[in-house]
Design a binder for this molecule. Sequence first.
Ligand SMILES: NC(=O)c1ccc[n+]([C@@H]2O[C@H](COP(=O)([O-])OP(=O)(O)OC[C@H]3O[C@@H](n4cnc5c(N)ncnc54)[C@H](O)[C@@H]3O)[C@@H](O)[C@H]2O)c1
Length: 257
Amino acid sequence: MADQRLTVITGAARGIGETTARRFSAGGDKIIIGDVLDDVGAETVAALEAGGGSAAYHNLDVTSEDSVNRFVDQVEKDHGPIDVFINNAGIMQDGSTIEEFPMEDHDRVWDVDYRGVYMCCRAVVPRMKERKRGVIGNVASMFGIQPYPVGAYSPAKTAVIALTEILAAECGPYNVRVNSVSPGYVHTPMMQERFDQGIRSKDVMVRDSALGCMTEMQDVAEGIFFLCSDRAKAITGTNLPVDAGVLVATPYNAYPK
Ligand SMILES: NC(=O)c1ccc[n+]([C@@H]2O[C@H](COP(=O)([O-])OP(=O)(O)OC[C@H]3O[C@@H](n4cnc5c(N)ncnc54)[C@H](O)[C@@H]3O)[C@@H](O)[C@H]2O)c1
């Protein structure tokens, strides 16, 4: 049997990150969760271990360079070299016009969704390059491929996709791969709350997809798992939409007949 990989997932206390942690754990990896939600993160680790996996939680605030560097240091000291690093931590933005969305909220979105990814890559890439081994998976968004009316979030995710390509080219000669996934409308517990409150419409999201369904968290986790596996050993610098076909259906359905 191959050695157990050490997989770090940011923002994996809950949501897509937690589901991804379960997928990688089922695949045999040791999981390190980095998050700001200490209690929830500890519960997620307990659940992974109860299911027969091996996991640990470390506090991580991706908006703080000091926290990021301490986290990566501590993880490698306690658990050994990081094989896979998944930048999943992110915050959302509700649709609004440019004048309605305060600059401090804009900056907060960029701090977590772009600068956080950049700093985590900056901390882990030199270690992976030196070992000539490693995989990075970034969680972008279909909103990063096609601009949607979320003027901070969409461009921040576009920047993540661009960074993925830049780092793939930079790190390829060191046998380090870098890819991203771009989830569409994902059926998370938070999305379900929004459906229940009437803030978002499930019917519209389903209607706007080619496959006539929401994207489930497990679908996103499978995409990340594949890109980070050896089956994808020749794939780097790619961005994989996992969106039930919303991106292809939207212009198709808008075509004037
Ligand atoms: N839910 C969707 O429909 C959707 C669609 C496209 C992309 N995404 C992306 O998927 C990723 C996960 O989203 P989710 O829907 O599971 O959201 P979520 O809010 O359920 O989970 C995000 C996690 O990130 C953590 N986090 C937030 N700020 C952090 C920080 N500063 N440092 C460390 N951790 C932090 C949170 O505590 C939480 O555990 C995000 O990058 C998001 O942009 C989600």
